[in-house]
Design a protein around this ligand. Structure first.
Ligand SMILES: [Zn+2]
Ligand SMILES: [Zn+2]
Length: 247
């Protein structure tokens, strides 16, 4: 499995763009979320051009995870795009209905179905599914609107926009890499995760590496220094855009 980091920031782009990762696994190309990090796709055309078809898995519909869909058209000629989102029953409408609203002509000139040669939308709701030979497990999380943890082939776990609750966390979950949001250092947040949550709530033996993503865009240099000091000597590290991780 190869993981490419296109957007490691939360909410507002700055040093990093917002949520977007590319995963290559078993001849499938999967985009995890489509935030402003899609703007970094131009640096990964060697990967992108190998595939006639790709899948986008949306963790939820907040705009910092969705806005990059409108940056995709220059890259979609001859492509089939499959979009998997949390539709019913977690939400009132299907993925296709939400995205058709997002792509209404008052907001963007090209309708969803005309973005690529072929556009297919699927609701993953609360059930696991497969993309080709790649197993995808999803788990609903507590957030302002439901978000989903996404686990790819029991290897990579992507957990963002989640209020970390030690009791809700799957302590049996195993994987090589965990990408987990970190929006606060210590102050409790009812919709997001703190560094303290991760350091005290996750057994280190669950993963080989834990990477902090969806960083708080309001962190100062002093805040970053505190984070770096706290994670020194642990399995936790800060992830930035422009990296390729072989898993
Ligand atoms: Zn977010
Ligand atoms: Zn969110």
């Amino acid at each position: 499995m190869k993981l490419y980091t296109l957007g490691c920031a939360g909410w507002i782009p700055g040093k990093n763009e917002t949520s977007c990762f590319l995963v290559e696994q078993n001849n499938e190309l999967i985009m995890l979320d489509a935030g402003t990090g899609v703007s970094n796709l131009k640096y990964h055309l060697d990967v992108w051009d190998k595939y006639d078809s790709f899948s986008v898995i949306l963790s939820h519909y907040h705009l910092d995870h969705l806005i990059g869909l409108i940056y995709l058209p220059p890259f979609l000629k001859g492509k089939t795009m499959k979009i998997y989102g949390p539709g019913k029953p977690a939400y009132e409408k299907t993925t296709e209905e939400y995205l058709n609203e997002f792509f209404q002509t008052a907001f963007f000139p090209t309708p969803l179905k005309e973005l690529a040669d072929k556009v297919e939308c699927y609701d993953y709701s609360a059930s696991d599914f497969a993309i080709g030979d790649v197993k995808i497990k999803v788990n609903q999380q507590k957030h302002t609107s439901p978000s989903f943890q996404i686990c790819i082939d029991d290897t990579l776990v992507y957990a963002t926009d989640v209020c970390f609750e030690k009791d809700a966390w799957n302590h049996e979950l195993k994987g090589n890499v965990l990408l987990h949001e970190c929006c606060e250092i210590e102050a409790a947040d009812p919709t997001h995760t703190t560094l303290t949550n991760l350091m005290t709530g996750i057994r280190p033996e669950q993963f080989d590496n834990i990477y902090l993503i969806h960083h708080n865009p309001e962190w100062t240099e002093d805040d970053w220094a505190v984070v770096e000091e706290k994670i020194r000597g642990t399995k936790i590290s800060i992830l930035n855009d422009g990296k390729m991780i072989e898993i």
